[in-house]
Write a protein that binds this ligand. Structure first.
Ligand code: FAD
Ligand code: SIN
Length: 524
């Protein structure tokens, strides 16, 4: 089937839905999403969204905290713009129907604090903020007559001049995007979506690693598509590991214990029940995330144990049960009463700071292609994202991209010469085990060699092993009918390759990139 739409959006998380609502009055909008509409990292966000809403805080402080967390390599202009725009974007979310908790008087937002923040500035909805944002935005999208939302549609590749028979390399000037090829997961048919403007809002790539807080859909599809289309990517060595995922090895994805709990007074403790963060940073359990994750990793290695503890008992029973009801219930299910017991935790891959390089309008290096949300790299996060700045970045850049796309769409025509996908000569793939086994091998390699602490040798090992996996998978791809699992595996391999390549190129320990072969980081 062939479709023509003005605005094509890949992904139905906070970035894709926000953009859709903004452009919907200016043309026909279609959102493709590979699973159920609500599935994505957005719905699992716990802590909240950072913004300066009152005079007790200041833009300057939020800017300073973001720059410090980013370890000096954020794009300062982007940081200033994003943080100053935040209150407007928050008010819009509220207008779309999103509820944030209010304080006891009911007239101001109740604000939490998280690691790296010098003030209480995290707007939240109990400990399930993302679920509430996703609900509010999805309801608004579903009511809009110009937006079509299509579930179980897997975007495979961007359509560029390459599909018109031209040779495209990363040095080709003026690469253009004409839409995407997408697999209809119910019929196994590959459809052609021709668009004037395309937005990638495909989220993160946490599933490159064996332990991650991100849902199974986070397989770096957008980044891999741009890589294959020869677009510019950046900063992928900065993979963020959240310090505190609940230790429950059989569970995938790993359940998050929000940093807001440390903001409320919970402290990290070793297996001996003693605090250890004083050895690593004067901000103790509320130091920036990269520092805390490395400290936990080191303590785990020293003790030889697979988990440490978060002690939330000091927060008080009522505050814990009312403020963190989902975490309380989840832990209780596993026999852990967080008002009395310490919570077993370990770090887990959580967020990609880098991605598809975009300018201040969310435009990528490929013409008519925008990116927003976790798949993009705006320069806001630098070497390490400040907690709760991700949802914020997504709404700010969905807005900026929408403003720009609404203007440019007027001067773009559909490219009618785009051919349909050619799947001639392919045979059915019957060996699912080849895909699942390769995926877990890849995830273990990345976890063991390209994780929180790296070295030249570990990166070389990972690269060598990845080469073999790459060759085997390309061979499978060349003789198989394209399926979602195979496509995702190829994307995970491409993302792993990019992480390793960028990690090897970064010859300085900065932010989340830490190698035993490089110089110690300066204090910040
Ligand atoms: P997502 O919400 O991940 O959505 C991606 C969408 O793209 C999905 O709809 C998916 O189906 C679709 N998609 C992907 N590939 C394809 C494809 N090939 N074809 C079609 N569709 C595709 N950040 C904060 O700021 N504050 C927090 O409190 C916070 N808590 C978090 C807690 C957890 C457990 C996790 C995992 C992350 C958290 N983050 C938090 C990070 C934040 O939630 C995410 O960065 C953000 O939600 C990403 O939004 P997004 O719209 O970019 O992507
Ligand atoms: C958390 O709630 O700890 C996650 C916040 C984030 O990833 O920004």
């Amino acid at each position: 089937m062939r479709y023509e739409v003005d605005f094509l959006i890949i992904g139905s998380g906070i970035a894709g839905l926000s953009f859709a609502l903004k452009v919907a009055s200016y043309g026909k909008v279609c959102i493709l999403t590979k699973g159920d509409a609500s599935e994505g990292s957005t719905r699992y966000a716990q802590g909240g969204i950072a913004a300066v809403m009152y005079d007790s805080d200041s833009f300057d402080k939020h800017i300073h905290d973001t720059l410090v967390a980013g370890d000096g390599i954020c794009d300062r202009e982007v940081v200033e713009m994003t943080i100053r725009e935040a209150p407007d974007r928050i008010r819009e979310l509220v207008q779309y129907g999103v509820n944030f908790d209010l304080d006891n008087h009911g007239n101001r937002f109740d604000l939490h604090r998280e690691g790296g923040h010098s003030e209480f500035r995290i707007l939240h909805h109990k400990d399930n903020t993302g679920e509430e944002i996703e609900r509010g935005l999805l309801e608004a999208v579903r009511q809009h007559p110009n937006i079509e939302l299509k579930e179980r549609q897997f975007a495979i590749d961007l359509i560029t001049q390459h599909h018109l028979g031209q040779r495209v390399t990363k040095h080709t000037p003026g690469i253009e995007c004409y839409g995407v090829y997408a697999l209809d997961c119910d019929t196994n048919r590959i459809d052609t979506y021709i668009a004037k403007v395309t937005l990638l809002a495909t989220g993160g790539m946490g599933n490159v690693y064996s332990t991650t807080t991100t849902p199974v859909i986070s397989t770096g599809d957008g980044v891999a598509m741009v890589h294959r289309a020869r677009g510019v990517l950046s900063d992928l060595e900065f993979m963020q590991f959240h310090p505190t995922s609940l230790y429950n090895p059989a569970e995938k994805p790993a359940f998050l214990i929000t940093e807001a709990m440390r903001g409320a007074g919970a402290v990290l403790k070793g297996r001996d029940g003693k605090e250890f963060m004083q050895k690593y940073d004067k901000r103790l359990s509320l130091a920036p995330r990269d520092i805390v994750a490395r400290a936990i990793d080191n303590e785990m290695k020293l003790s030889g144990k697979p988990y440490l503890y978060l002690d939330a008992r000091g927060i008080g029973k009522q505050h814990l049960i009312e403020g963190f009801p989902n975490i309380y219930a989840k832990c209780l299910e596993l026999g852990i009463n967080i008002t009395k017991d310490m919570i077993p935790i370990r770090p887990a891959a959580h967020y990609q700071c880098g991605g598809i390089k975009v300018d201040k309008h969310g435009e990528s290096s490929i013409k008519h292609l925008y990116a927003a949300g976790e798949c993009s790299c705006t320069g806001l996060h630098g070497g390490n994202r400040l907690a709760s700045n991700s949802l914020l970045e997504a709404v700010v850049y969905a807005h900026n991209a929408a403003v720009h796309a609404i203007e440019s769409v007027k001067n773009i025509d559909f490219n009618a010469s785009v051919p349909d996908w050619n799947s001639d000569g392919m045979v059915l793939n019957e060996e699912m085990v080849l895909i699942t086994q390769t995926k877990s091998e890849l995830q273990e390699i990345m976890w063991n060699y390209v994780g929180i602490v790296r070295s030249d040798l570990r990166l070389q090992r990972a690269f060598d092993r990845l080469n073999l996996i790459f060759r085997e998978t390309e061979d499978l791809y060349n003789r198989s009918v394209l399926t979602e699992p195979l496509s995702e595996l190829r994307n995970l391999i491409a993302c792993s390759y990019l992480i390793i390549k960028m990690a090897r190129a970064r010859r300085q320990n900065v932010g989340l990139h830490y190698s035993l072969d490089l110089l110690e980081q300066k204090e910040r």
